[in-house]
Write a protein that binds this ligand. Structure first.
Ligand SMILES: *Cc1c(COP(=O)(O)O)cnc(C)c1O
Length: 785
């Protein structure tokens, strides 16, 4: 689009960001000019009378005018009410709308069964959660609600019946809410619906007569399209600015037609909203200006000032809304057409696309592509799997239902009953239960912003081809099935290797014998590294953590940290008693709160030097037990993510390695050099197990119920599902695409590899050795199947 884009968005060199519909990105110059602005002026609280305060007021008023200007109108016709986001704007309308005010104020509505006298909220099926939530206020005020389809709107809106004068006085206020653009599919809905509905003071819309107002949810539309309010008669228009230019967050607006303010009746009055009030008597007079009455308390004035720099960026860097809409639409259209044309070798389609138009017309379609992937046998690939694999390609996209259950229901054919059933089956908004009984519970969405490039679109399509398009109808899955057949196995089982990982996410320490403690191997994941904000570092973001190799010297009672080219760092094993020099540190492991003890400045400096970012070492505070529940029973764990032990089967590793070496053949793409260099030890390193058993068949471990090492008993508590962490080469920190890509081919959905164990024996302090005898107990194989 523009050479400046590369300079303005340096991070996009490495990342394909395709989630602009959730939040778009901000340009470097946008931040620079904003920083200049607020560094060079004193902006005071606009409620004061000082010079700095007047400066703020003036700038804020200018920004309001700038916003209205951007939307083709001015303060003569519209007002800007600042809110936290679109949701805040929608909620403001829901709370204050005069649902049941009759046109004749003297004839108050009574609940006498005359339904036609009730107010109503209609919302389009394809509405955002925040719009659907309005119905709770409608109901609270005695109005009805109805979710209506596009067809029902179209059938009614072209020929709205006339209302006789006699009826008018009996009719209530009604509200129709619809998105200018679906945040699910990018479909743009007609802006003139609002005009038709507002043409007469009284309209009878889908059988309901009343004074109709329109809430046009513009949050998705204004990201990449020009909204001209001089051509659209909507009363209430909510939006969020971070969706337009990325920064700042936490600020949105309700643009309200000046005439429509009378439909809203506010109850609360906060700072800055009244002309006068008495604190001893029930007396207050609202300010006259619409926005002054509706904006309670101090505005986020620095954020409002930042908006100006956002609008400048849209105009200057991005070349204006016309150019933005055409550029982003062209990208979406290209991806849509390519995706629609992709077939497996058996000519079955690769993607099911969720669109009702063919991307021919920029007036009815925006820069969003929504789909699910289908295998050559017709089965769906769950969206979580697509998400995980996209990570390998540094592609960031959005999956699930996008806070738009209505669109999800429509496109995926989910009835209300099915939605409830899925919830009972454990599926919640935002989780990764992507398939239930083989049917998708959500989908995959990609969306473009003005800084998106053709390179992004092509890298996305390459990802789809490499990961999901079958070129060879006989992958090694067929061999896998032979392995998976139940076989009587009592043969050659032994303990091949043992590892612990004293510092979470750092290198492994291989041991021949080691002690068991109450929460796993002694000193396994007893330490972790946190950044300045106390956030745990993991290899997901900080891949070079693996280059730190911890070693425990039991004789000296020390933990030694090694890194290439650095003098080793020694810290004592015990620092359990917090003293004044050792502070406690709160952090999180997998969202759970944990507490650690800071190990001091010296090691912090050493780590900062090695990792190139400020960080500290913390040791688990043993006064706080961390419990985890896998398979019901709660057990104590260290800083490990989920369980006490992880076990791998060498036969599965061998099989996986073989598949990686035949990768060309299986998925029809060239190996990356980095993935070629994998050998067994390298592969073992990536899966970060505590035990590697050698058994005879691959994936036997899936069927193990109990494991005994000598006489110590362990329960198998479930499979370990894998993510992009296994693609980090533990020797170099380099990131490739394997073994995750092959794992998804071999193991499907959850990409599980290895199983978790919990210690079942009460007896602690057992010492394990690789020469110990081992045996396993299998799950009963169901004979009938
Ligand atoms: C994003 C979005 C919203 C909600 O925006 P928030 O900033 O989360 O309040 C509402 N409607 C549509 C169509 C959206 O795309």
């Amino acid at each position: 689009m523009n050479d400046n884009i590369e300079i303005e968005f340096p991070l996009l060199q490495d990342v394909v960001y395709l989630d602009h519909a959730a939040a778009t990105l901000y340009a470097r110059r946008q931040l620079d000019s904003y920083m200049q602005d607020i560094s060079n002026h004193i902006y005071g609280n606009p409620h004061s009378r000082s010079q700095s305060s007047q400066l703020t007021s003036e700038v804020v008023e200018n920004v309001r005018e700038r916003i209205l200007n951007h939307f083709g109108t001015s303060s003569e016709y519209h007002s800007v009410i600042f809110t936290a986001n679109s949701t805040g704007a929608i909620k403001l309308v829901a709370e204050t709308f005069q649902w049941n005010r009759l046109i004749n104020e003297n004839r108050r509505y009574e609940n006498d069964g005359l339904n036609s006298n009730k107010g109503i909220l209609y919302y389009l099926e394809d509405s955002h959660t925040s719009v659907v939530g309005m119905r709770e206020y409608a109901l609270k005020h005695g109005a009805d609600f109805n979710c209506i389809s596009e067809r029902a709107v179209l059938n009614s809106i072209e020929n709205l019946p006339q209302v006789s004068e006699h009826d008018e006085t009996e009719l209530p206020n009604c509200l129709f809410a619809y998105p200018a653009q679906s945040n699910f599919s990018g479909r743009k809905f007609p802006l003139n619906w609002a005009n038709n509905l507002k043409r007469n003071e009284i309209s009878c819309f889908v059988g309901r007569c009343g004074r109709w107002c329109v809430l046009l949810d513009a949050a998705s539309y204004v990201m990449t399209s020009k909204l001209d309010l001089s051509l659209c008669n909507a009363d209430f228009v909510p939006m969020s600015f971070y969706k337009m230019f990325g920064f700042p967050t936490g600020i949105g607006a309700l643009i309200i037609s000046n005439e429509s303010a009378s439909f809203l009746r506010k109850t609360f009055f906060g700072g800055g909203t009244v002309q006068a009030y008495s604190s001893t008597e029930h007396f207050h007079v609202p300010k006259v200006n619409i926005h002054e009455w509706f904006e309670d308390g101090t505005l986020p004035f620095l954020d409002i000032i930042a908006l100006r720099h956002g609008f400048d960026t849209l105009q200057g860097l991005a070349g204006g809304m016309h150019q933005i809409s055409h550029h982003t639409f062209a990208l979406a259209k290209y991806v849509h057409h390519e995706l629609a044309s992709y077939c497996h070798s058996n000519s079955k389609p690769v993607a099911k696309l969720y669109h009702e138009n063919n991307f021919e017309d920029i007036n009815i379609q925006g820069a969003i592509v929504n789909f699910n992937i289908i295998k050559d046998n017709g089965d769906y690939v769950g969206y979580s799997e697509v998400d995980k694999l996209a990570n390998l390609y540094s592609i960031q996209l959005r999956t699930g239902c996008f806070c738009n259950t209505g669109a999800c229901q429509k496109f995926l054919g989910l009835t209300s009953d099915k939605v409830k059933k899925n919830f009972e089956a454990g599926h919640k908004c935002g989780d990764d239960k992507d398939l239930i009984d083989g049917q998708p519970t959500g989908s995959v969405r990609i969306s473009f912003g003005y800084m998106s490039s053709w390179k992004d679109a092509k890298r996305f399509l390459q990802f789809i081809r490499e990961c999901f398009m079958s070129t060879n109808p006989e992958p090694c899955e067929t061999r896998l099935r032979q392995y998976a057949e139940p076989v009587e196995t009592r043969t050659n089982l032994f303990l091949y290797k043992m590892f612990l990982y004293p510092v979470k996410s750092c290198g492994a320490m291989e041991v021949k014998e080691w002690n068991i403690g109450s929460r796993g191997f002694l000193f396994d994941r007893e330490w972790m590294i946190v950044n300045e904000n106390g956030v745990a570092l993991t290899q997901k973001r900080t891949t070079n953590l693996c280059c730190i190799k911890p070693n425990i010297n039991l004789k000296e009672n020390t933990l030694i940290l090694n890194a290439k080219g650095k003098t080793p760092m020694t810290v004592p094993l015990e620092c359990d008693v917090p003293s004044s020099s050792q502070s406690l540190c709160q952090s999180r492991v997998c969202m759970h709160r944990v507490q650690g003890i800071d190990c001091g400045q010296e090691v912090s400096d050493w780590l900062t030097d090695v990792l190139g970012q400020r960080c500290r070492l913390i040791k688990k505070n043993n006064q706080y037990k961390r419990l985890t529940k896998l398979n019901g029973e709660a057990v104590e764990v260290s800083f490990a993510n989920e369980s006490q032990f992880l076990l791998l089967n060498k036969a599965s590793l061998d099989h996986l390695l073989e598949c990686i070496q035949q990768r060309d053949h299986i998925i029809g793409v060239k190996k990356d050099d980095i993935d070629c260099q994998m050998d067994l030890n390298n592969l073992i390193g990536r899966f970060r197990a505590n035990f590697v058993f050698a058994s005879q068949e691959a994936f036997q471990e899936d069927n193990w119920k109990e494991v005994y090492i000598n006489d110590l008993k362990f329960n198998v508590v479930g499979p370990c599902t894998r993510c992009q962490m296994v693609c980090v080469d533990q020797e170099t920190g380099a990131r490739g695409k394997e073994p995750l890509q092959i794992l998804s081919k071999l193991r499907g959905k959850r990409m599980s590899f290895g199983v978790y164990l919990h210690l079942a024996s009460q007896e602690l302090n057992g010492k394990l050795s690789t020469s110990d005898s081992v045996r396993v107990v299998h799950n009963e194989i169901d004979e009938s199947s």
